[in-house]
Design a protein around this ligand. Structure first.
Ligand code: ADP
Ligand code: MG
Length: 353
């Protein structure tokens, strides 16, 4: 028989649950830094400085000049499901912040050593906070700093041995993914300056990304990809359905990207970077009807009512459900085909025959 007296259903230890769940929120280096960058944007920062040590393996820091964190919030800061952005389910419908689940800092505290320095405009001096692995403040000391917040994570995944090994083994790929992610935010965030540096060995520091914090998408593209890439793009602003517009840039027909897919295609919903495999496929398909040798660079921001989409599908919020996605994709196909149609001569100036 399959019955056994030794099978007892009992609760998992709290600290173990915390670590198990945290590993699902923070999957890798780029999802960790994504959470911190989003927190900085939510805090109204106009300058975000990301510094990596050994490509993030030793540590990484995200420093901002946002609103800072008030001392009354220090104890709750890294507790699971504690947030200043959402109080009840109905708030999800009108959400304008990147974060809302209150899981990022809590997860990071479980997966590595979390240290935060912060100051609001009401304090004369900042505070240096060190957290333990269950998200409690371990030590609190005074520290000089400007208004804003810096979050440091040392030894990410040191509490998950298998992930830690994978992280170090795949660091090149992780790092590439991170750069692409930072590009996505640097492109779309208006008036926010991004700097990212990586320090390896004793003192060799390289600049990964640096933007000026311009208020136009055009200037951000020039900052991130350079002026020559920008010249290969054509802007668009299309009405897709009654409730959806899409604006951005696509490669001109003869000036695509030789590289296969991926790294130069960016999709957003109301400025939130997301994955849109269906849209990516569609755009590539249409583009490659006329230019089978290349793929288009795509920067597409879908402007929809927050009521019409659900971003709470996965913890990393990269997947989004649309109401009526089928008809949206159909209308989008039409709009992009028209955009690339031979009658629209302006797009064909550099066409390769
Ligand atoms: P969420 O972003 O979903 O609220 P987080 O764990 O990322 O959850 O952050 C918890 C809370 O800590 C936020 O709601 C916010 O109040 C505060 N916070 C985190 N990072 C910053 C920051 N860079 N500047 C100001 N406040 C921050
Ligand atoms: Mg957050």
């Amino acid at each position: 028989g399959g019955e056994s007296d030794t099978t007892i259903i009992k609760p998992i230890k709290k600290s173990a649950i915390h670590r198990i769940c945290s590993g699902q929120v923070i999957l890798d280096l780029s999802s960790a830094i994504k959470e911190l960058v989003e927190n900085s944007l939510d805090a109204g920062a106009t300058c975000i400085d990301i510094s990596l040590k050994e490509h993030g393996v030793d540590s990484f820091k995200v420093a901002d000049n946002g609103c800072g964190i008030s001392p009354s919030n220090f104890q709750a800061l890294a507790l699971k499901h504690h947030t200043s952005k959402l109080a009840d389910f109905c708030d999800l419908q009108s959400l304008t912040t990147f974060g809302f689940r209150g899981e990022a800092l809590s997860s990071l505290s479980a997966l590595g050593n979390l240290i935060i320095e912060t100051r609001t405009k009401c304090e004369h001096v900042g505070t240096h906070l060190v957290f333990d692995h269950i998200g409690k403040v371990n030590s609190e000391t005074r520290a000089a700093r400007q208004v804003g917040t810096s979050v440091v994570v040392e030894k990410l995944f040191s509490t998950l041995p298998v992930r830690s090994k994978e992280f170090k083994r795949n660091i090149r790929r992780e790092y590439g993914k991170l750069v692409s992610l930072l590009n996505a935010y640097a492109l779309i965030a208006k008036g926010v300056r991004f700097v990212c540096t990586n320090t390896t060995g004793k003192n060799s520091k390289s600049v990964v990304l640096k933007t000026q914090g311009s208020s136009s998408l055009k200037d951000n593209i020039i900052n991130v990809f350079g002026p020559s890439t920008f010249l290969c793009l054509e802007s668009f602003n299309l009405s897709v359905t009654d409730n959806c517009r899409v604006e951005g840039f696509l490669s001109k027909l003869g000036n695509g990207n030789g590289r296969n897919l991926g790294d130069r295609q960016f999709f957003y919903i109301n400025g939130r970077p997301v994955d849109m495999p269906k849209v990516s496929k569609l755009v590539n398909e249409i583009y490659r009807c006329s230019n089978s040798k290349q793929y288009p660079i795509a920067i597409m921001n879908f402007l929809v009512s927050t009521k019409a989409c659900d971003v709470n599908v996965t913890p990393d919020k990269r997947k989004v459900f649309f109401s009526d996605e089928g008809s949206l994709v159909l209308s989008l196909r039409e709009a992009i085909e028209k955009f690339y149609s031979p009658n629209q001569c302006s797009y064909l100036v550099n066409r390769v025959e």
